[in-house]
Ligand binder design. Structure first.
Ligand SMILES: [Zn+2]
Length: 162
């Protein structure tokens, strides 16, 4: 039924999945991003840990990241390309060991269904460079009910100027 609703060309490209996400957001798979760089170039620009996480979808150890326990006023940017992704007002203490936000800056992230852990999770990536951020879960304690669980190695912080 769904196949009749989506142009065949888009299905072939993998732009549209027949699997509906838990959360209704635009998603993408094998998408071309505004910023595309060779593996060699990313490796030259990122530390080995950042490369592993941002480009190879790795995960840092919980409670080890620079921004896990970080609550200053400002904006968190993609470490791959500098795009603003989260505002500090969205950050909350989830006790899960990774920086957690209850929303992202609108349009800043893409979501991709991820079956790698033997269950469906929604991976979040920077919509500008495709850099892996982490996953978003619908078990958040705030009114958005969302928990964007992010690697510190995937982000930079810029303090708000008063
Ligand atoms: Zn990015």
């Amino acid at each position: 039924m769904f196949s009749t609703m989506v142009p065949k060309k888009q299905q072939e490209k993998g732009i549209v999945s027949t699997l509906r996400p838990l959360i209704l957001f635009p998603m993408s798979k094998n998408k071309k991003y505004p910023i595309e760089k060779s593996e060699k170039k990313w490796k030259a620009e990122l530390s080995p840990e950042e490369f592993k996480i941002l480009r190879e979808k790795g995960t840092e150890y919980p409670f080890t990241g620079q921004y896990n326990d970080h609550y200053e006023d400002g904006t968190y940017l993609c470490k791959g390309c500098g795009t603003p992704l989260y505002e500090s007002e969205s950050k909350f203490d989830s006790h899960c060991g990774w920086p957690s936000y209850d929303k992202s800056i609108e349009g800043a992230l893409d979501m991709i269904p991820d079956h790698s852990a033997g269950r469906l999770r929604m991976e979040i990536v920077c919509a500008n460079c495709g850099g892996h951020q982490g996953h978003v879960f619908n078990d958040g304690p705030t009114k958005t009910r969302l928990r964007y669980c992010v690697n510190s190695a995937s982000i930079n912080f810029i303090k708000k100027l008063n």
